[in-house]
Design a protein around this ligand. Sequence first.
Ligand code: PMP
Length: 385
Amino acid sequence: MMECDSLISARARAIDVSGIRRVFELGASLTNPIDLSIGQPDFAVPNPIKEAAIAAIRADQNRYSLTQGRGDLRRAISEHLAGDVGWRVPSDDLELLVTSGTSGALLLAFMALLDPGDEAIIADPYFVIYPALGPLTGASIVYCDTYPDFRMTAQCVEPLITDRTKVLLLNSPSNPCGVVLRSSELRDLVGLCQQRGVLIVSDEIYDEFTYEDAREDGRCPSPARFTDRMLLVRGFGKSYGCTGWRMGYVAGPRSLIEQMSKLQQYTFVCAPSMAQAGLVGAFDVDMSEHVRSYQRKRDMVEQAFSGVTELAHSGGAFYVFPKIPARVGGCATDFVERAIRRNVLVIPGNVFSRRDTHFRLSYAASDATLQAGLQILAELMTEPA
Ligand code: PMP
């Protein structure tokens, strides 16, 4: 048999999945865990969306779509963006692209923008795939330490910008912290980036899950309301509970989106066609009941941990990132191993960060599961290891 190990690229070897793999292995050892580790909603895809996808399959709409996405879905996205951020897309200056997940949009963006030696700034803590965009493109990832409040402000980004900085990757509401930046903070970041010639790539996959206290004018704050010289990346997976359908979209400057379309044509080809059909009417489906329910679960978490540990307010997504209190001692991985021994699954901070001092809890779970898990975690955080 051929020995493959010596053939593996430096690119693949540079990506380390040991942290998250270890959590999966530990989780797999439990038969019926109290699982608060899941990065996706716990509700079903709304029926009209399911029906539209099924109808498309039955009507033999199973071929490739145009690489940029099917026309009716593009029109729906265009109308949504006009109402939400005030962009007119497509237009002379702006274009949009339907992508294979939000991850697909991010990869195409980095491939279209970054050469070896170029720099992209991301927050630490970060969504797990962001650091991998470095080795995948040859670019250097520059970490903006946002502890303890997890707000990536212009003030903390400014000193990190160099002649090689091309991209500032924003993520609000954030994974893993659930923190939502205010419009004033985003406006300052837009100003800084414009002045320094840095492109903002804004990953707003959790925009639907922005709770009342973090909304402004009833909406998720976005840098796209201050500029259209940026990339706006959004997704359908979290908003409608269809993460496995691999559906996202990206809008921004036409010249850049055209490069990304070319790269999509030669890689992903197009987003899944039946999933595109399913989501044509998605913006008309009211998800507010689910959002309110997650806001209530967020309140449950904050109440359970109040006085127990330090917790940055989660204004969106469905995550909190609590600190392991000093009285407990040890690193987050130790803490998570103890939680797992009590049948509770959460993820240690070092999966999302260069530090290992916090853990990620996802509250996208039933009230009963959440309540049971919170009680055990609160107990573990009040007693020394
Ligand atoms: N960005 C963030 C911040 C995420 O949390 C996720 C999913 N966990 C993604 C992007 C990827 O989303 P998709 O499934 O649409 O590729």
